[in-house]
Design a protein around this ligand. Sequence first.
Ligand code: FAD
Length: 462
Amino acid sequence: MDSSKRKFLALSGLTIASTLYASETDTDSKGKSKETKKPKETASKKALLPDAKGPRVVVVGGGWSGLSIAKTIKEFSPQADVVLVEKRYEFISCPVSNLWLVDKVKLEYITHDYLQAARNYDYRYFNATATGIDKDSRILKTSEGDIAFDYLVLSPGIDYDYSRWTTDATLIARLKQEYPAGFIPGSEHMTLKNKVQNFKEGNFILTVPGGNYRCLPAPYERACVIADHFKQNKLKAKVIILDENNAITIKKKGFSSAFEELYADYIEYVPNSAIKNIDLDKKIVSTELDEFEFADAAFYPRVRGATIIETMGFAKDAKDMMEGHINPITYEVIGEKDIFIAGDSRPMGFSKSGNTSNSEGKYVGRVIASRINKEEMPEWEAPITLCFSAVSTKPMSAIYIYTRYAFDKKDKKAKDAKFIDWKKFSFSKTLSSEEWKKNGATDANSIISWADALYFDMFGKS
Ligand SMILES: Cc1cc2nc3c(=O)[nH]c(=O)nc-3n(C[C@H](O)[C@H](O)[C@H](O)COP(=O)(O)OP(=O)(O)OC[C@H]3O[C@@H](n4cnc5c(N)ncnc54)[C@H](O)[C@@H]3O)c2cc1C
């Protein structure tokens, strides 16, 4: 490319970034002309952002993790130029969305404004999808152009993994479109709400995946509120929970007593139900032992770290979950400098929950701020899982669990942060309240006070 062309691209905010292969005529060693494949320079534009005034930190993903990290970095390193790259235009909360399915809260309550968060906490919200990375040049590729970074945080959450059920692309596309899981917010939740509100009669199937899936209690909470809706509307309808696990995975006492005592005619709980076949035309799901007919369903498959992490080459396939390949204490990608992964795409066996991601984000934000400020790294802090689940809506009644995490100090290598193994983390200081008949009303009030506090923490004043 000649220099005048380069100058034009620079002036118009374009940079040379990706290379594509194109046919060109060349000569071989004997001087004969031949067709060769040569890299062709293509222009990719620079994102339309003001120049960074301090060290630039790009945070990908404005969920419970990314929002908390962006805010915390600005709190501890006000000189940092923080850009939050998020593909959505607004935030819709998964927590509390089960209550919205049955009209106990409004959509406005669980929907929040990225611009407000960015104004209140003095960072920049940039609406774009991250698509890749140029590690050598330290550039994040996005749908809206390239962003140079000094520090990069990836908090893109999860994607679904249907591969244990099927690899048939048509079936996967139909499952996603006609029977979405409802564990990634937005359209999936809207579809699910319409299904529940318009349901007339028959079986409504919900599945619970194996592995460390997003929000352990949420499928059981969802079963309770849907069954509650069927019961109140006197429908000849039943929720069938096909659980891949051999028992309810969390708050077992609270959920199983609710299933038995409140919804004996409305919930059928079937453990050890790994799905073998789904026939969407005949509307039959087969497990190893049984077949279930359904009128409608939400199929929740296993989860994995969001695919962008794999695209960038930062995923490890332990447990088939393609989560971030990181040091569990610093959250830094192994073999990379100043690139971090947090939230539900982390590999540690923490609960994949909003409270966990939010509290973890405060620690990860301080780790990054300490790098920027050239200070000592903060001492490791366990994230906090605090999760309330509704078991009935008339009257409102709920149960909860609180836990922190500890790593196995008996592991001799654990003294050295580099060797702390993500498999060694376990629950510690766990409390739960599952006596919904006794404490359910108080715990139900806490659902809203918890959400109010967390939304305020992430978005600030309106
Ligand atoms: C029904 C339901 C109920 C739940 N209830 C609770 C509860 O009561 N309490 C609780 O603590 N947790 C609950 N959770 C779990 C909680 O929602 C998740 O654990 C939490 O959202 C994880 O936060 P995260 O930031 O890692 O991911 P997310 O919140 O999913 O955020 C990831 C963000 O990254 C963005 N993104 C992804 N890829 C890209 C890209 N390439 N470029 C730009 N942006 C990208 C996404 O748009 C998204 O906004 C619930 C979840 C569900 C589904």
